[in-house]
Every structure is written in C-alpha cells, then in structure tokens.
Design a protein around this ligand. Structure first.
Ligand code: GRF
Length: 197
C-alpha cells in the first residue's frame, strides 16, 4: 500500500476533497494507495478536526518550536519517512501548507511532492493571487497542481482549471470560485499520478 500524506495549515478543504475522493473512488482498491495521515504546522488548523472525524492519523509539528527552517524541515521529513512502506515511498501532498520548504526538503521528495496553487501558473506565484489577477484585469483565473521544486510555485505543471473573472468580482468571490475547482482538480491529478506510477 502506498501512503499519501496531506500537509495543511488551515481550513483543509482541499485535504477534505482529496480524502472524500479517495473514499468515493476506492483508491485503496484501484491504486493500492491510501490517505494515511494529515500533518499540520498549526495546532489549531481547522482541517485537523475533519481528519480526526474521518479516523485519520493526525500530527502537529509546530514550526515555531524549531530554531531554523532546516531544523523544522528535517523534523517534518522524519515524520513523513515513517510512512514509507518497503516498496513504496510516501506521496506528500501540500494542501494549503503555508511554509516555504528548504531545497534539501524539496530535493529529498522530488517527484513525489505536490502542491496546489490558486493561480494559473506561471502567472502570480506567491500570495494574494486573486487580488493580483483582478488588479491586472485578467478575464480568467484558476488553479494549478504542480510538482514542488526548490523554486517557489515553479515545478512542472500536472493539472490546471480555469474559471472566468466576472464583473463585480472581489478577491473573495474569485477565491471561492477557484476553490471549487481546486477541490476537483487536485484529487483528479493525484489519482492520475497514482494510476501512471
Ligand atoms: C487554497 O486556495 C490553496 O490553493 C492555497 O491555500 C488555500 C487552502 O485552502 N494554497 P484549504 O486549506 O485547502 O481550504
């Protein structure tokens, strides 16, 4: 069985969508893969409650308890590596995980570390993507699932979804429209990856 670990910092709606897809589409049988645990760098991340209610293992690793980014990332790697199975390294899925990861970390998980970003990359890397799309006068916005590399929001693109920008949109209304698509596209991209491995 291949373990999937989902890393969150907040609401965890993408994580919940992935967990639901895995259940609905029976990833255990189809791909011999399972969501094994949800890891958060914030103790009060709302998504942890959903994960626990689903009977998933949860773990909190507070980044503030570590002296450096490298020390936190090393501790995180130790937690993750405990989920490798003899013939299957774990898949690491960032879902609203608000940490910049060190090059050593991204290198260690190269090819099995995914992220979802709320813009049509390569446009609008970083934060405040929806406001920036509005300010630029974009007529379309969206989200991108990509492999994570050392350069923030720059890894190979696995999937994207596009939504229209509508008259009167605010950053929030646009974020809501994009998030609905994130929930579909992330689980689909993971399933595809599991199928092709
Ligand atoms: C999503 O928009 C994701 O693309 C971004 O942060 C948000 C997380 O939302 N990185 P949630 O925690 O999955 O609800």
């Amino acid at each position: 069985m291949k373990n999937i670990l989902i890393l969150i910092s907040g609401g965890g709606s993408n994580m919940a969508a992935i967990v639901r897809s895995a259940q609905r589409d029976n990833w255990a049988q189809q791909y011999q893969a399972q969501v094994a645990a949800v890891i958060s760098n914030r103790a009060h991340a709302k998504g942890l409650q959903f994960a626990q209610a689903q009977g998933l293992a949860t773990q909190v690793l507070d980044h503030k308890a570590y002296a450096s980014r490298e020390a936190f990332d090393a501790a995180l790697a130790q937690v993750i590596d405990a989920y490798d199975t003899p013939d299957q390294p774990a898949l690491v899925v960032l879902a609203g995980f608000m940490r910049i990861l060190s090059p050593a970390f991204t290198q260690r998980y190269a090819g099995r570390l995914l992220n979802i970003h709320p813009s049509l990359l390569p446009a609008f890397t970083g934060l405040h993507t929806h406001q920036r799309a509005l300010d630029a006068g974009c007529q379309f916005a969206g989200c991108t699932v990509h492999q994570v590399t050392a350069e923030l929001d720059h890894g190979p693109i696995l999937a994207q979804a596009v939504v229209p920008v509508l008259a009167g949109d605010t950053a929030q209304s646009l974020a809501d429209r994009v998030l609905t698509q994130e929930h579909l596209v992330y689980a689909r991209a993971i399933a595809q990856l599991l199928q092709n491995r």
